[in-house]
Design a protein around this ligand. Structure first.
Ligand SMILES: *[C@@H]1O[C@H](CO)[C@@H](O)[C@H](O)[C@H]1NC(C)=O
Ligand SMILES: *[C@@H]1O[C@H](CO)[C@@H](O)[C@H](O)[C@H]1NC(C)=O
Ligand SMILES: *[C@@H]1O[C@H](CO)[C@@H](O)[C@H](O)[C@H]1NC(C)=O
Ligand SMILES: *[C@@H]1O[C@H](CO)[C@@H](O)[C@H](O)[C@H]1NC(C)=O
Ligand SMILES: *[C@@H]1O[C@H](CO)[C@@H](O)[C@H](O)[C@H]1NC(C)=O
Length: 415
């Protein structure tokens, strides 16, 4: 039921752009690479895994694993009658997170978080660790994991919104950290709205050194308010603070996905659906966030995701309604032009970049494989194993994250 097609140009340039083979923490060549995304299905969600070949291309070797929970999609307030959105069901980023040999995801309908162990010999195979755990809020939509802290934290973006954290145990899975729901008390609804009156959750991540937990939340549309950058301290014992600092940074009204610069971890590139995005600076002393630079260009259209490439040392703002990635210097925030791809793919959604190879959910039922260095679209891989309306999140295994951290904590299982 699935097929893929190589774009003619991609066939010609593919050989120049193969990602470098990944070497594991013990220096062995990893056998397989896999990308993952989430199917937010009200009748039962699942994680889709697609194998990446040695040349970086997606292959017909796929697997679908149940998340043992249901999905809740955002409601399109501009549709008559109102209906679930036809893309980006959670209105956010990082619904699927891979660190080390673990994959974490969320069930936005049953409001649970789930953890899987990835089999390094066959990363298509996900084995659930423990069972789905309540996120204590509504519309669980993004999940962060720190291998150093051995903690996973979920952003609940609906009417009962807030952050819930779990201790991660190799045998028991997700274990509540005892704090309960860190309520945000922001205006949202369950299910969340697309182009409605109220805001909703966007993204959650730990800072690169796990010193802070950061979440973004969209502001209200009516009346218009700024969005939120919430910053939680992490104690020396690895406990996430019970209360965060709420930053509202003009002109961010609809902050969406964000990414840190791994070289300058106080700088974060945040997309904003209305105009493009901003580079913001995070003050690790005060937990304040301030504006460094605004990128506002009509070449962006519904800029919702942000990704960093270690291959180009650049970050990218990714638009749902435009066939391009906006290249942003992660230190200055300057716009370095756009990497474009064919309009027929209908824009780009959740994206992960491995070296210089970006894997993105396109506006069609295809996953785009784009070399952000050369600009060549290497592949457009059609996946018809599930309804495109349900797709969100994008992660890759292995990705180097989680190794070299947490040494002396007994490792993270699997190796
Ligand atoms: C996947 O399978 C389809 C149908 O058999 C075939 O047309 C396509 O070339 C295959 N793609 C890859 C990348 O192997
Ligand atoms: C929302 O509904 C409008 C009107 O039907 C439609 O044009 C648009 O594509 C929909 N957007 C999403 C994300 O579902
Ligand atoms: C929530 O919405 C109400 C009504 O529009 C408004 O008065 C209030 O300030 C909003 N709260 C936040 C946290 O934005
Ligand atoms: C972005 O540019 C447009 C067109 O010039 C302008 O209307 C809008 O206010 C700008 N937004 C921001 C946040 O700078
Ligand atoms: C990336 O840029 C930073 C400066 O921000 C520099 O220190 C680092 O060496 C660069 N890395 C690569 C791989 O070019």
């Amino acid at each position: 039921m699935l097929f893929s097609s190589l774009i003619t140009l991609g066939l010609v340039t593919a050989g120049l752009s193969s990602p470098t083979p990944w070497r594991g923490p013990h220096g062995h060549d990893a056998a397989k690479k896999v990308i993952y995304f989430l199917n937010v299905d009200p009748s039962g969600s699942s994680v889709v895994a697609i194998e990446v070949g040695h040349n970086g291309m997606l292959m017909n070797s796929t697997a679908v694993t149940s998340t043992e929970g249901t999905g809740s999609q955002a409601i399109n307030q501009t549709a008559i009658p109102e209906a679930p959105v036809t893309a980006d069901p959670l209105q956010g980023q990082d619904a699927v997170t891979v660190v080390g040999n673990y994959l974490f995801t969320v069930n936005s309908g049953s409001d649970t978080a789930v953890m899987y162990r990835i089999d390094p010999a066959n990363p298509l195979h996900l084995e659930m660790v423990g069972k789905p755990m309540s996120t204590l809020g509504e519309v669980a939509m993004s999940i962060a994991y720190s291998a150093k802290l051995e903690k996973a934290c979920v952003l609940n973006g609906g009417a009962l919104n807030g952050v819930t954290c779990f201790c991660v145990d190799a045998k028991r899975g997700l274990v509540p950290d005892g704090v309960g729901l860190r309520k945000l008390g922001l205006n949202s609804t369950t299910p969340v709205q697309f182009v409605g009156e109220k805001g909703s959750g966007s993204d959650i991540r730990f800072t690169p050194g796990s010193e802070k937990l950061v979440a973004t939340f969209k502001g209200d549309n009516m009346p218009a308010t700024l969005g939120h950058i919430l910053v939680f301290d992490v104690s020396g014992q690895g406990e996430v603070a019970t209360k965060g600092t709420d930053n509202q940074v003009s002109p961010l009204a609809a902050p969406f996905g964000f990414v840190f610069d791994p070289n300058e971890p106080d700088l974060m590139l945040i997309s904003d659906i209305n105009f493009g995005g901003v580079l913001a600076k995070l003050d690790y002393e005060t937990n304040g966030a301030s504006l460094v630079k605004v990128q506002n260009s009509s070449t962006f259209a519904a800029s919702c995701w942000a990704a960093y490439s270690s291959g180009t040392n650049m970050s990218y703002l990714i638009s749902a309604m435009a066939p391009n990635f906006g290249k942003v210097d992660p230190v200055s925030g300057d716009l370095g032009g756009f990497v474009t791809f064919p309009k027929s793919l209908g824009g780009a959604f959740d994206t992960i970049i491995d070296g210089t190879t970006a894997y993105f959910l396109s506006g069609t039922s295809a996953i785009g494989v784009l070399d952000v260095a050369s600009g060549a679209l290497l592949q457009s891989f059609d996946y018809s194993g599930s309804d495109r309306h349900f797709w969100t999140g994008m992660a890759i295994y292995p990705n180097g994250e989680g190794y070299g951290h947490g040494k002396g904590h007994g490792g993270h299982g699997g190796w």
